[in-house]
Design a binder for this molecule. Structure first.
Ligand code: FES
Length: 195
């Protein structure tokens, strides 16, 4: 065999060996990567939409619903509360009275009452300052119109989840995606079609 012949054999061997190692390496890489594409059953359950019957909520009352491990506040508001929310939008009592920070609510909610239907508010109960769970305060319990009070550092939000000026939180509470399945039933966690 000539030197050229030896070199060719060597080169062929090295090429095959390198390709083999590459294939094994790719196999090791592919498994964890595929694993991360498939969410576990637990993760799916954690993110699944939650159905809620609005008959459980009386006027002025707040009911907590758990979605994705977070509390979601469902509040039934009356005409008086809704006109107070509209009036509040005119002054400088609120930081974002017209819901201009688009990340805080889906585009289909009204910018003032921040809901699909005026009387029912659906709001994530996580303070936008540092993540505490605010407390529901009725209009009659406080002198600032009622809404949600965060005891951690004193942020106040009205009954549409809009943050009061002077609060350490800078943005309104988040409105999650939701839609109506019927007049008295909502599905929290999915945008759905029209209201
Ligand atoms: S976490 Fe709510 S005010 Fe700080």
């Amino acid at each position: 065999m000539s030197n050229d012949g030896v070199d060719l054999e060597k080169r062929r061997f090295l090429t095959l060996a390198t390709a083999g190692v590459g294939a094994v390496g790719a196999g090791f890489i592919a498994v964890p990567f595929l694993g991360s594409w498939n969410p576990s059953e637990k993760a799916k359950a954690g993110g699944a939409p939650v159905e809620f019957n609005l008959d459980k909520v009386e006027v002025g009352q707040m009911v907590k619903v758990k979605w994705r491990g977070k509390p979601v506040f469902v509040v039934r508001r009356d005409e008086k509360t809704l006109s107070a929310l509209a009036k509040k939008s005119e002054g400088d009592e609120l930081k974002d009275a017209h819901s201009e920070v688009k990340t805080q609510q889906p585009e289909y909610v009204d910018p003032i009452n921040r809901s699909r239907k005026p009387e029912i508010a659906v709001i994530e109960g996580i303070c936008t300052h540092l993540g505490c769970v605010p407390q529901h305060k009725k209009e009659t319990e406080v002198d600032w119109g009622g809404g949600f009070f965060c005891p951690c550092h004193g942020s106040k939000f009205d009954l549409a989840g809009r943050v009061h000026s002077g609060s350490p939180a800078s943005t309104n509470l988040i409105v999650p995606p939701y839609h109506y399945l019927a007049d008295n039933r909502i599905l929290i966690g999915e945008d759905g079609g029209e209201a």
